[in-house]
Write a protein that binds this ligand. Structure first.
Ligand SMILES: C[S@@+](CC[C@H](N)C(=O)[O-])C[C@H]1O[C@@H](n2cnc3c(N)ncnc32)[C@H](O)[C@@H]1O
Length: 228
């Protein structure tokens, strides 16, 4: 990826949005952390992609949010606010895009990382990025990339950290919550949910089974309460 690849209207918009929201200094932190991440592995996760330009075979496209990688600085800050035994944990990214959050989770030493993404092109990019990431990082994490709709995904018994970086709206999040509860009923375990950039989506926050553990400007961390 060259400097020219990131000089585009969408990235300028993103910068101005962030300056308005979090100020100049934090925006600079965001930009630097994202540039360093892509430069470290020589992959492209910075550039956004609009869903209307992508091949998506799902009626839930209408509920989805365009691709924008989770900011590296925010991801790091989120993990500093709670403890998780990464070496014995399985991280699932709902709407994994080009794989950025998956790779950042692997950097934190997760035993297994799963990404679910419904855009064919983004899955292909993610697979390419993953090959490069594995070579450069020598990561021992086990990876799985699933091409499909995250609301149809049957959550495996090993999944215990569920990651949502504003992938879709409240309607679809409510469906995924049913899947989480079903998975937990079959295999009771401690489940954590990270919900970043919720943009008014209060599906987890309102749900009686999710206990709010941490709240910041960037989003929420919840713990699933044991069933009644
Ligand atoms: C804001 S991006 C987050 C990207 C990624 N999680 C990251 O942190 O780098 C949202 C992603 O969710 C995907 N998405 C939206 N709705 C989806 C659905 N129903 N099933 C699977 N992926 C979905 C979009 O294609 C996009 O890649």
């Amino acid at each position: 990826m060259s400097v020219l690849d990131i000089v585009n209207l969408e990235n300028f918009r993103k910068v101005f949005r962030n300056i308005r929201k979090v100020g100049l200094l934090t925006t600079i932190r965001y930009i630097v952390s994202d540039l360093l991440f892509d430069m470290k592995y020589r992959i492209d996760t910075i550039n956004t992609e609009q869903l209307e330009n992508l091949d998506i075979d799902s009626p839930n496209k209408q509920y989805g949010v365009y691709y924008e990688g989770t900011n590296a600085y925010i991801f790091k800050k989120t993990f500093s606010s709670f403890k998780v035994d990464a070496a014995n944990s399985c991280f699932v990214d709902f709407g994994s895009g080009k794989g950025k959050a998956m790779f950042m989770a692997a950097e934190r030493g997760f035993r297994k990382v799963i990404g679910v993404e419904f855009s064919r092109e983004l899955v292909e990019t993610c697979r390419r990025n993953l090959e490069i990431f594995k070579q450069k990082s020598k990561s021992k994490t086990e990876f799985e990339i699933i091409h499909g709709d995250a609301s149809q995904y049957e959550i495996p018994a090993e999944a215990n950290l569920l990651f949502f970086s504003n992938p879709f709206n409240e309607t679809l999040t409510t469906k995924v919550i049913e899947n989480i509860l079903r998975s937990h009923n079959k295999a009771p375990r401690e489940i954590w949910v990270i919900h970043l950039y919720p943009q008014g989506n209060m599906a987890f926050a309102r749900h009686p089974r999710f206990q709010l553990e941490h709240e910041s400007r960037d989003g929420f961390i919840f713990r699933l309460k044991p069933g009644a």
